[in-house]
Design a protein around this ligand. Sequence first.
Ligand code: HEM
Length: 252
Amino acid sequence: MKVTYQVSDINSHQSFGGKMADDTKEIITIDRSLFHMIFDLFAAGSETTSTTLLWIILYLIKYPSVQELCRTEITTVAGLRQVSYADKDKMPYTLAVIDEVQRIASIGPIGLPRACMEDVSISGRIIPKHSVIIPHFMSAHYDENYWENPTEFQPERFLTDEGKHIRHHKAFHPFSLGSRTCIGKNVAEMELFLFTTTLIQRCRLQHATPYESLDMEGVQSGITLLPKPYKVRIRDRSCSVGVERQISILLK
Ligand code: HEM
């Protein structure tokens, strides 16, 4: 079915769950399901991933020794060649860092609302039919019954004693859970892995204004938790003359 949209309808969804804006008036005609697929991809798929990457960079500059451990792992496995997703099983520490950032940053602190279709009993509590249920993932991510010192950044918690990556954890649900779990989880995991490894392999990331402390508190934007703007200095490691090229960027 073809549907006519105003461009303003598309532009207005500035963030996942964000506010409406823009009064541009331009009419376009597009297949309805194609429109919704493209919208899902951008609304649900790009801000979530880019926000997670902003948090990853923030934690990498806050903890340079963690960044260095990742770099050693990445360069041991891949050297200077392009990292591939097939390398991930040989990079448990880097996967643990990504998971730990997703846990501690909890960019989607609460999930999308769901309705209870019938009375349900959970641990002796009755949740009546038609109740609206909003899962609180952040509380699971900080639950002391499951995590030791949950407010501390400790990537090792996602490693077994043998150094293997713990892929599933009972209290770790950045992509939600159940039958309506994030449909883009696999794509997101691949993107996070490839962006993170390639960044660390090719660049040295540093806090550009080290005399200022880094604020690790998030700010709410729609239903997403963003890091506050920070400045990162990126040094290009591939420069062969010994002097690394460097640029400073304000990330927000
Ligand atoms: C780090 C990146 C991402 C995070 C943290 C994330 C997280 C989530 C969460 C928490 C939900 C709610 C699920 C629920 O209602 O229970 C969701 C839904 C969804 N996500 Fe993601 N997501 C990410 C990346 C992506 C990507 C890359 C795509 C698409 C390529 C995507 C597409 C979707 C869609 C379409 C839904 C709605 C699913 C439904 O209601 O059936 N997401 N995501």
